[in-house]
Write a protein of this length. Structure first.
Length: 322
């Protein structure tokens, strides 16, 4: 089968289209013919090996050479212990090595694909969607009428976050650049702040939940934008040094978070969980969530897709079609 693999860390040029063996199917696994695979920031980190902390499992190259972690496709075979799926089922989920024609994953990594979604839309959901879903869950799930601020509202995670918060009944403010304002408004955002023209710190608004997906603003500045009982959720970091890549900001917040009672800070460690993915597809089925796909690229142009993503022009998700 065809797959995108790498033997060293580096820029998109290290990605190669290869012929490799089709994966085996264990008794608890499902073999899926991949139709589309989403790209997210974690894929780019594993490709480049930066920050260097990610190289702990592979100093010279990623432990898993085939890239990709989220996908949608059709079931072609199931293991002996699998009863939930059968050949021909359309599914979406997560796994390792999804930039390939076939992927074999545990059945617990899959959910049925909503009939209203294309394969490209479905492939955009798992990783970015679950990150947004988990950032707005538990104690930080907004109540109807509460104020939610999404910093990075036009990106892969942000486009999900805006729609999820609206589905929960929140009043949502999105932060993005000038060219993306209309798109964020179209997702249902009640207010949009163009950070190139308006100083967020001087907006005068206070929020019950702030979802910081970008990570380039000081935490004390963002805490001042919270209501007394509000929570700042730290999702991503786009800037930082070569070793930790800015994640030291989240680590420090994690250490002090238990000591803070007002204007809390919650560093988010997103994990892939089937109940959360089912929660996302339920929102899709209810008409409250539509994945935003900016561009699709064929498998042999995966490197171009990473270049486009790195330029930070993407609105929503970039997806590989297989």
């Amino acid at each position: 089968m065809r797959a995108i693999a790498q033997d060293r860390y580096g820029p998109p040029e290290v990605l190669e289209l290869r012929e490799i063996d089709r994966p085996a199917v264990r008794k608890d696994q499902v073999l899926v013919r991949v139709r589309a695979a989403g790209i997210h920031r974690g894929d780019r980190i594993l490709m480049t090996g930066r920050p260097y902390a990610v190289r702990i499992t592979g100093p010279r190259a990623p432990m898993h050479r085939v890239r990709g972690t989220e996908f949608a496709g059709e079931v072609t075979a199931v293991g002996a212990d699998v009863t939930e799926f059968r050949p021909g089922d359309e599914v979406l989920g997560w796994g390792t090595g999804t930039f390939a024609e076939f992927v074999s994953v545990p059945a617990t990594n899959l959910v049925p694909k909503p009939a209203t979604l294309t394969f490209a839309q479905a492939a955009a959901v798992p990783i970015s969607g679950m990150t947004a879903f988990q950032g707005l869950s538990g104690r930080t799930r907004p109540q109807p009428g509460q104020q939610v601020l999404v910093i990075g509202a036009a990106g892969g995670v942000g486009t999900f976050a805006v729609q999820i918060a609206k589905a929960y009944g929140a009043e949502v403010t999105g932060v993005c650049s000038t060219t993306k304002v209309e798109m964020v408004q179209s997702l249902g955002a009640d207010h949009v702040i163009d950070y190139t023209r308006e100083d967020l710190a001087r907006s005068g608004r206070r929020y019950d939940v702030i979802l910081d997906i970008v990570g380039d603003r000081p935490i004390p500045q963002l805490r001042r934008l919270l209501t007394p009982a509000g929570t700042l959720v730290l999702v991503g970091v786009e800037t930082g040094g070569p070793v930790l890549g800015g994640f030291e900001r989240n680590f420090a917040a994690m250490l002090v978070a238990p000591l803070v009672r007002r204007r809390r800070v919650r560093p988010l460690t997103s994990t892939s969980r089937k109940p959360d993915l089912l929660g996302l597809t339920a929102l899709v089925d209810a008409g409250n969530l539509v994945p935003v796909v900016d561009r699709t690229y064929p498998l042999d142009r995966t490197a171009d897709a990473f270049r486009y993503l790195a330029d930070q022009h993407a609105r929503g998700k970039v997806v590989i079609t297989v």
